[in-house]
Design a binder for this molecule. Structure first.
Ligand code: UDX
Length: 461
């Protein structure tokens, strides 16, 4: 398993649990040392324990060099990063290329005429699998190998379960190549082992290009669904509808489905923003632009900015903000104190990549608001991403964040916040204004506790 990042660690640990003997290759010496000492550098529920169990069972190890780990192995999974390139938004395949070159240097032919299986787990643009096969064949004409595409659909916070009990495992193979049948049999054995609860009907075999496209298509479609419900929420606010009722009514149609119909501050994370941009770029390059995907990207960006404007407009009802041109003429009593609950792009993770907070909070700071930030997991990431800025406090606890709050803004749906009763919230903060971008509390209870409560997709009663 090449790459000890999120995908590599989860996939490596789970495949070991399925009975495979796995070595995770991590190039970064500091990260490798942490992994070898049993320390897991990412937050994912259950991952540390699973890695440890597999290590003790002798099925999982970590190593710095592919050449050391490769002899005797039947398959190589590539799980390196494919970050978005600045500007174009296209996936940067430099790490994938390095792996192919490394493979060409150290791979040996397997006994019995079998092919080494090279499986792409990283999210890569359509055509990459075929390019990898071409390049490897050029560099090593003697090597017998087969390339497969096996994209992951893991959700952060649910990754172990998503890997162990997936709705489907997508596997792309070039059926024309010798070894395709053997690769199919090998991957079926790997995923549907005695210790896995997967059955072969869960495996969706298809062509290489189709598998590569499926990953982008699925993520873009989900991003589109979230963006659609966000726009519906805006319309509900303007017209008297209640978004939860509309979403329920829509979701009862199995063709639509109830999942991914919760309004929020805009989608974020390591996948949706990157994959939608990459898909839009690919489609343009191929001469078939995907207008829907491009509009989804632009709508999601605009949403974050509009939410910031809305928060500022409500903050200005408390006291003029310093960016307000009339502010100097009015009596001042310090800037508006805002508690921000939740910074990660969603609950269950410490991931701040493309989190809506990264767009919304700087706009609030520019307007002169004082922000007290709290997130149960993402404080360290938030510090790195947002840095020290005038008006920004990283609170040590939820209570600290709320202690001076005149206004609360909820950005992430952490159970810890949902568990706060409106009465407790009222006791912990001096103000009575709440802007909830995750619809955590019942509006009647919030009103009864004295709050002016703004939530998404419902006009203020
Ligand atoms: C996603 C895909 O679900 C997964 O299959 C893929 O492999 C990686 O990308 P993840 O990034 O972990 O997983 O997040 P997910 O739970 O899918 O949420 C994505 C974003 O949509 C988050 O910002 C979330 O807050 C938002 N979202 C999701 C909503 O706003 N409303 C919803 O109803 C669902």
């Amino acid at each position: 398993m090449i790459g000890g990042g999120y995908v590599g660690l989860v996939s490596g640990a789970c495949l070991a649990a399925f009975g495979a003997e796995v070595t995770v290759i991590e190039q970064d010496p500091a990260r490798l040392a942490r992994l070898q000492s049993g320390d897991v550098p990412i937050y994912e529920p259950g991952l540390a324990a699973l890695l440890e169990r597999q290590r003790i069972a002798g099925r999982l190890s970590f190593c710095g060099h592919l050449a050391e780990a490769l002899p005797g192995r039947e398959a190589v999974f590539i799980a390196v990063g494919t970050p978005a390139r600045r500007g174009s938004g296209h996936a940067d395949l430099r790490y994938v290329s390095q792996v192919v070159e490394e493979l060409a240097r150290c791979a040996e032919n397997l006994p019995g005429g079998r092919e080494l299986l090279v499986v792409m787990k990283s999210t890569v643009p359509v055509g990459t699998g075929r390019d990898v096969a071409r390049k490897l064949a050029e560099l090593r004409p003697d090597l017998r190998f087969t390339v497969a595409s096996n994209p992951e659909f893991l959700r952060e916070g649910e990754a172990i379960n998503d890997f162990m009990q997936p709705d489907r495992v997508v596997i792309g193979l070039d059926g024309q190549r010798p070894g395709a049948d053997r690769a199919r049999a090998f991957l079926t054995r790997l995923y549907c082992s005695e210790t896995s609860s997967l059955t072969p009907d869960r495996l969706a075999f298809m062509g290489l290009e189709s598998a590569e496209l499926t990953k982008y298509a699925a993520n873009a479609f989900l991003a589109l669904k979230v963006t659609f419900i966000n726009e519906m929420a805006d319309l509900c606010e303007a017209s008297g509808g209640v978004i939860e009722e509309v979403a329920r009514g829509m979701g009862l149609d199995p063709r639509i489905g109830a999942a991914f119909l919760q309004p929020g501050p805009g989608y974020g994370g390591s996948c949706f923003p990157k994959d939608t941009r990459a898909l839009a770029t690919t489609a343009r390059q191929k001469g078939t632009p995907m207008q829907l995907v491009e509009t989804t990207i632009a709508t999601n960006e605009a949403r974050k900015r509009r939410l910031a404007e809305r928060i500022l407009a409500l903050a200005a009802t408390l006291r003029p903000l310093s960016s307000d041109p009339d502010a100097a003429e009015r009596p001042q009593n310090g800037e508006v104190q805002i508690a921000v609950l939740g910074l990660a792009f969603k609950a269950g993770t410490d991931d701040m990549r493309d989190a809506p907070a990264l767009t919304i909070l700087p706009l609030l700071l520019e307007a002169g608001a004082r922000l007290h930030l709290y997130d149960p997991q993402a404080m360290a990431q938030a510090r790195t991403q947002l840095g020290q800025r005038e008006g920004l406090t990283f609170a040590a606890s939820l209570e600290d964040a709320l202690a001076q709050a005149e206004l609360v803004v909820v950005l992430t749906e952490w159970p810890l916040f949902r568990a706060l009763t409106p009465q407790t919230l009222a006791r912990l903060m001096p103000g009575r204004l709440v802007i909830d971008c995750r619809n955590l509390w019942p509006p009647e209870e919030m009103r009864a506790a004295g709050f002016t409560y703004h939530r998404l997709g419902r006009g203020l009663d």
